[in-house]
Design a protein around this ligand. Structure first.
Ligand SMILES: Cc1ncc(C[n+]2csc(CCOP(=O)(O)OP(=O)(O)O)c2C)c(N)n1
Ligand SMILES: [Mg+2]
Length: 737
């Protein structure tokens, strides 16, 4: 037995939910077409397995046993209208929606013309832009949060239809929004995947926001070798999810085409009507091993496999058609012959397809349409003539105020921007705000203060404490053309979102060969020097993210740069991790007058904080003011002139400015707040050592935190993080080397 349900129970589910005579609204012709898709799907799996044995493709994972529920979903949803986040067993679904066998074989052979990924992803990693089938990864469960974010777009545009308008001059020029007011977002997953936290986060948020997400759990009783009773408490996911409000629930024999169709139809109609999410739990089988690389006979006895085989949906549907007099055995033979010929032709064609060019590997890591390093983003400061303290000229703003003002500016300019995160709203209980009973919070650092009051609760709202979902939902929204500017409250708590930040958000464009992309901004409060911040409120760790291709990483050191860089981050077409140093939020250093609502700073352009001739210091973030103090003291006391470079953005970074400076000074110190070993400065130091060796008169030096955590006791914190005195000493030693 592979499920906790007994056969009579399954039979009861099946017969209770369909009346054979009317086939639940499926016509006889539709049933024939239903079977055709099922048979095509199975034959394609078989064919791929043969091709894999012949080493003509490189991997195989089958959708065998999942065909009925897949085609049922395809028959009840609309390709290019509804949205699809399928998983790897959804071949039959994708065929039913309009993907062709040829397209699928192209992915198998890794052809340049593979519409899903251009040879970048394994087979069965579906992505078809024309059908709204969104690129998927191999990670179990990450896609569910994307589906949630995607479904939120319908909810948002219902209230803000103007947001869909196309606008020239920023990412919107390249991001079409098409949204239907009754669209449904389908997402599928296996029984094992229901153990992932992202699944539960998705259920919660879909229920909370009454989103039109159709969850389809394809329960084949196994997750590789782990049976469902060892995976799911009580062995049945339906029982566990019953308490979520606003859901429509179905539990169905997913090998039965008519019952599957009926269940899907009810689920779709609940979602379409806007009544909330739906949950279809389909009991299916897995007649083949997990994948080609796996042998299920190691953990499943022959008797159990035989038992599964008796429920094979392709076989039982064929029998059903004959029994009902819908197709004769002869007609079935003819249909199967036609399909076999179609598959043969598709294989022949795919085997002759060109592979991708090796030179193409760097394409689509970033947007080909907007280069955030270009001079387009070098917008001028517009001076504003306000009075302040009786003096002429605008009041200098802190970095915190400047970020807040920039968010206000950009939200006024661009209705596609949505802000959410933990505590970012002014007040979730809107009536308190409206009745002026409270002033509002607007973030633990108050950076988003007043946004909800100005732009409303559909544009600015609190998210559950679930960081993966903050990034995953943002990804799903951004895929549709919305621009989420979300907040992770503390860098120290970014780690639950790591899977989304490493394997999903920055990979969308590359893995779909530019079919999909998810430009959005993740604002994160980072860093120490807090006097009491301790281990879990002081972390850096930026190099972990600069190591991720596809993700822009920004780290401003002053108010003006924060405004200019945040604007570039929002208007550009790539995902951006925007790191805001908490210690700099309200510092006197780096305050600046408001530069106007269009001020931008391009990425990858460092700022020379002060020019010098004896020594170069390369740094960023909160080390900048400390290094400046040290450099000024060094000049005062020792007449050593330091050229201080503030990188401003870490990916991309400004190699030209570093190289020009080191060629001039021949000595360089790379300083950063994070712990020394494997840190961001290691890459810069290695590059200087490798490319500028002949220009150096001294070894490349690094100064950074100790290889420990950041302690609470201020004396320990001082000893751990690089201080002005440490910087002074290191600069002096290097200058005197
Ligand atoms: C996050 C993550 N962990 C582990 C894996 C390896 N893995 C791939 S499929 C799989 C089992 C999934 O089981 P289930 O969700 O039941 O889907 P099924 O393959 O049975 O259809 C595992 C553990 C993965 N791909 N992603
Ligand atoms: Mg499974």
């Amino acid at each position: 037995m592979t499920t906790t349900k007994t056969d009579p129970e399954l039979a009861a589910i099946s017969s209770a939910s369909h009346k054979p005579a009317s086939y639940e609204g499926l016509s006889r012709e539709q049933l024939v077409s239903f079977y055709r898709y099922m048979y095509t799907s199975r034959r394609m799996d078989d064919r791929e397995i043969t091709l894999k044995r012949q080493q003509k493709l490189f991997f195989q994972i089958s959708g065998a046993g999942h065909e009925s529920i897949g085609v049922a979903a395809a028959f009840t949803l609309k390709p290019g209208y509804d949205w699809f986040f399928p998983y790897y067993r959804d071949r039959a679904l994708c065929l039913g929606l309009g993907a062709t066998p040829y397209e699928m074989f192209l992915q198998g052979v890794g052809a340049a013309a593979d519409p899903s990924s251009g040879g970048r992803q394994m087979p069965s990693h579906w992505s078809y832009t024309r059908l709204n089938i969104v690129t998927q990864s191999s990670c179990t469960g990450t896609q569910i949060l994307h589906a949630v974010g995607c479904a939120e777009v319908r909810r948002y545009l219902a209230k803000h239809p103007q947001a869909a308008h196309k606008v020239q001059g920023d990412y919107r020029e390249f991001k079409e929004i098409v949204c239907r007011d009754d669209e449904v977002t389908y997402v599928s997953l296996g029984d094992g995947t229901t153990s992932e936290g992202e699944f539960w986060e998705s259920l919660n948020i879909s229920a909370l926001r009454k989103l039109p997400v159709l969850f389809c759990v394809e329960d084949n009783g196994y997750a590789i070798s782990v049976p469902v009773e060892a995976q799911t408490a009580g062995g049945n996911i339906s029982r566990l999810v019953q308490g979520f409000p606003n859901f429509h629930f179905e539990e169905v024999d997913g090998t039965d085409p008519v019952a599957s169709y009926a269940a899907m139809r009810r689920a779709v109609s609940h979602c379409r009507a806007g009544d909330g999410p739906a949950f279809v739990h389909a009991h299916v089988i897995r007649p083949y091993s997990h994948s080609f690389s796996e042998d299920e006979r190691l953990y499943r006895p022959e008797s159990e496999r035989q038992h599964d085989a008796a429920r094979d949906p392709v076989h039982s549907t064929q029998m059903f058609l004959i029994r009902e007099g819908i197709l004769s055995a002869e007609k079935i033979n003819q249909l199967e012959k036609e399909v076999d010929e179609e598959i043969q032709a598709a294989v022949d064609q795919a085997l002759n397809a060109e592979p991708p060019r090796p030179e193409s590997v760097k394409q689509f890591v970033y947007s080909p349409d907007i280069d955030p390093s270009s001079s387009f983003f070098a917008a001028e400061i517009v001076s504003t003539d306000h009075e302040h303290n009786g003096k002429k000229g605008p009041a200098p703003k802190t970095m915190a105020d400047m970020i807040n003002t920039t968010l206000h500016d950009e939200m006024r300019r661009d209705e596609r921007i949505i802000v959410f995160g933990e505590d970012v709203a002014d007040c979730s209980r809107e009536e308190y705000l409206h009745n002026h009973l409270v002033k509002g919070k607007g973030g633990v650092f108050k950076l988003t203060f007043g946004l909800q009051s100005e732009f409303g609760s559909e544009r600015v709202f609190n998210a559950p404490i679930a960081e993966a979902s903050i990034v995953g939902r943002a990804t799903g929204m951004a895929l549709r053309g919305i621009k989420p500017v979300v907040e992770i409250q503390f860098f120290d708590y970014i780690w639950p979102a790591m899977m989304q930040l490493r394997n999903e958000l920055p990979v969308m464009r590359w893995r779909s060969n530019n079919g999909f992309s998810a430009p959005c901004v993740i604002r994160v409060a980072i860093g120490g020097y807090l006097t009491g911040g301790a281990i879990y409120h002081s972390q850096c760790g930026e190099s972990i993210f600069t190591h991720i291709p596809g993700l822009r990483v920004v780290f401003p050191s002053n108010a003006l740069d924060a405004a200019g860089l945040l604007r570039t981050a929002i208007r550009c077409d790539d995902p951006v991790l925007f790191l805001e140093h908490k210690r700099l939020y309200r510092e006197n250093y780096g305050r600046a007058p408001y530069p106007g609502p269009d001020y931008m700073v391009p990425f990858g352009k460092a700022h020379i904080v002060q020019p010098g001739t004896n020594l170069t210091v390369v740094t960023y973030g909160a080390v900048v003011p400390r290094a400046l103090q040290a450099a000024q003291k060094l000049e005062r006391e020792n007449s050593i002139k330091v050229e201080l470079i503030d990188l401003r953005t870490l990916n991309p970074f400004d190699w030209e400015t570093i190289a020009a400076s080191v060629q001039k000074t021949s000595r360089v110190l790379v300083a950063y707040e994070d712990s020394l070993s494997w840190g961001y400065g290691a890459e810069i130091a290695a590059r200087i050592a490798s490319d500028l060796f002949e220009h150096l008169d001294a070894p490349v030096k690094r100064l950074a935190a100790t290889d420990t955590f950041v302690a609470y006791q201020p004396m320990l914190e001082d000893a751990i993080l690089p201080q002005t005195a440490d910087l002074y000493r290191a600069m002096k030693e290097l200058a005197e080397f």
